[in-house]
Design a protein around this ligand. Structure first.
Ligand code: ADP
Ligand code: MG
Length: 629
């Protein structure tokens, strides 16, 4: 059965009566309204804010909150913190986020302070004094304060004993889980909080999180299971779908300078002078792409680079310039993420795909926070996938996460909204008994968005889809992988695989015999482009006909293609088996056909040559050593 995110508070414990947290009848409601006005100048609550705050004030259960970035999560704990007795401890991953929040609270007249690794002795003494005197309503800390500072934990212990520890808030809670896309080791150590302060309610907050990550986070934090009828954690989750975001995957050109030209043409066409982000895979790429778009647009698109090597001051400066629209585009690694607040960001372009669907959803979700139309473009080329898998070899589930992204990028039929919904809800690693009936179906589930590229196909947007039989090509690829493994000890990278599939370089690879045997067939360029063969290989990887094996050098990791768990289905076949109409196995794959040329539609991205001298090259190679972001 399908489960999914829901737009309203769900009563997860159907059999125990839960109060109606949507109600305005709670005794604290007038105070909530008054404090909200007085401190935060907020008159109307956003969706879910009231039920979350009601549930918080009720203090009966732990709360797990999934609300998109900018959805107003902070208010959900700040306002209760102001009204409740004692102090609320907020764990947050980034110093800049913490300082930002405390600055705003200070301006609002709320007594808040923070302790971070860099706090001076005097600062620590001063904040601790306020904490112990009971004046402080909120104290923000980085996770290592919890993990490593015995003194701080002892102070909290004293407050706890006196009943003055109001709540523990874990912001960006997905950082607890190694399975998620932004694991931080110190977050894992937050498990001590429940052990040491068993009676203090916990509120965990995040913008996106799959069912697996959610379960993992709740385990780590010691939050009771959602299904526990008497004391289970309450889940509040906003709908995944953002109706103003138009999702598209566009084919990425082979040549780096052409990619730049296409990006510039697209921006000039659809969002001239507007704000956006271009996400790149590596720091090196951000510089090349940023210089490229500035030159290619003759300075009309003003860009700035953002990645983890920049000094904090520079990061702040770039972010501010961008928010003031003095810079149009930030060209960034995923280091540009947490804490971004720019409501009218009109587009997010992924120069390379993200490492996971979760990451992509979160990164692209930074567009259109004001609710107005915005574009989310992923540029995709088959080769990039291998670049990604070699980057994530060390991560738990790293390869599978990338394969999820490949499925997204090579899916030309499923509505993107439906793809996300099923990705985030039908999580096979969560046993159905744990989740069934907990996240309820809403009527909007399974309804196509009517806006994304896949919903718009054949309606004048340029590309339509055809399904092609690739059984012969798949058989060829699998047999090459087999032969390379067994007879010649040849190691086949993706680039080599494409060559071999074309019947090139066979002698060097010791694969002549294979091709003589007449059981494989070279794929001609007339029939398949390199890009199509690469996507075919990716498809065979995601379907387990092929398998990636990684080889590590001191400088890089290299991906080699091996026969996959399902290879046997193909390796015993002969070409003659594929003739006639009773094929024992048939593998079909979708391809895009560009209809605009025939239909004479104007191409959105005009192709033109630009001189090599003006455009820095983004390297395209098989393996990558630059995994720094
Ligand atoms: P999140 O943590 O979910 O990403 P924040 O809590 O930082 O989002 O809130 C984003 C912005 O929305 C902040 O500027 C905040 O002041 C504003 N905001 C929050 N709730 C409301 C509301 N009910 N009405 C108007 N603005 C709000
Ligand atoms: Mg936040």
């Amino acid at each position: 059965s399908k489960v999914g995110a829901v737009s309203d508070l769900q009563h997860h414990q159907q059999h125990t009566a839960l109060p109606d947290y949507n109600s305005t009848a709670f005794p604290w409601y007038p105070q909530l309204k008054e404090a909200s006005n007085k401190y935060f100048k907020i008159n109307d609550f956003r969706p879910l804010q009231l039920p979350i705050m009601n549930a918080a004030m009720d203090r009966q259960r732990d709360l797990f909150i999934v609300l998109p970035t900018g959805g107003g999560k902070s208010l959900c704990y700040q306002l209760p913190a102001v009204l409740e007795q004692g102090v609320t401890v907020v764990v947050s991953p980034l110093i800049s986020l913490i300082q930002d929040q405390c600055f705003h609270l200070d301006e609002a007249g709320v007594d808040a302070g923070y302790l971070i690794g860099a706090s001076t002795k005097e600062e620590v003494a001063q904040v601790t004094a306020r904490l112990m005197s009971g004046s402080l309503k909120l104290i923000y800390v980085t996770p290592e304060k919890i993990a490593k500072s015995k003194r701080f934990m002892a102070k909290l212990g004293k407050l706890y004993e006196k009943g003055n520890l109001a709540r523990i808030v874990i912001d960006e809670a997905h950082c607890c889980s190694v399975v998620g896309h932004d694991f931080r080791p110190d977050y894992k150590k937050l498990n001590v909080l429940r052990t040491v302060f068993p009676k203090t309610p916990i509120m965990a907050l995040t913008a996106t999180c799959s069912a697996t990550v959610m379960t993992d986070v709740m385990n780590i934090l010691g939050m009771p299971k959602i299904t526990d009828s008497t004391k289970g954690t309450l889940l509040f989750s906003a709908p995944l779908h953002r109706p103003n975001l138009k999702y598209q995957v566009l084919p990425k050109a082979d040549k780096a300078d052409q990619v730049i030209t296409d990006i510039v043409a697209w921006i000039q066409n659809y969002h001239p002078g507007e704000s956006g982000i271009i996400y790149c895979l590596s720091k090196k790429d951000t510089h090349a792409v940023c210089e490229g778009i500035m030159k290619e647009s003759n300075g009309r698109i003003k860009g700035g680079v953002y990645h983890s090597d920049l000094f904090e001051d520079d990061k702040e400066r770039i972010h501010t310039l961008w928010r003031k629209n003095e810079l149009h585009v930030i060209v960034a690694t995923i280091a540009f993420g947490l804490g971004i607040n720019h409501p009218n960001c009109r587009f997010i372009i992924h120069h390379s795909m993200s490492k996971s669907v979760e990451g992509y959803y979160q990164e692209s979700g930074r567009a259109g926070r004001d609710g107005l139309p915005a574009d989310c473009i992923a540029l995709y080329r088959g080769q990039d996938a291998i670049r990604l898998t070699t980057l994530v070899v060390g991560d738990l589930n790293g390869k599978d996460n990338v394969y999820g992204m490949i499925r997204y990028a090579q899916d030309y039929r499923t509505c993107r909204k439906i793809f996300f919904e099923s990705y985030f809800s039908n999580d096979p690693t969560v046993s159905s008994s744990e989740y069934s009936g907990q996240l309820l179906n809403t009527t909007s589930m399974d309804q196509p968005c009517e806006l994304c590229d896949n919903c718009r196909r054949g309606k004048g947007d340029g590309h339509s889809v055809v399904s092609k039989d690739i059984t012969l090509e798949a058989m060829t690829a699998v047999k090459i992988a087999n032969a390379a493994q067994t007879s010649s000890e040849e190691r086949v990278t993706m680039v080599k695989m494409v060559n071999y599939m074309r019947g090139r370089g066979l002698k060097k690879g010791g694969l002549e015999e294979l091709f003589k045997s007449n059981d494989v067939e070279a794929a001609p360029k007339k029939k398949w482009t390199d890009a199509e063969l690469e996507m075919m290989i990716n498809y065979l990887l995601t379907e387990q006909y092929l398998w990636e094996d990684f080889h590590f050098t001191p400088y890089s990791s290299i991906s080699y293609l091996k026969p996959g768990p399902l290879a046997r289905r193909l390796s015993s076949l002969r070409k003659s088996d594929l003739q006639g109409d009773r094929q024992p196995i048939q593998i079909m794959m979708d391809f895009l056909v560009d209809e605009s040329a025939e239909a004479n539609l104007p191409r959105p991205a005009k192709r033109k040559r630009i001189s090599k001298a003006t455009t820095p090259q983004v390297p395209h190679i098989d393996s990558y050593d630059d995994d720094e972001i």
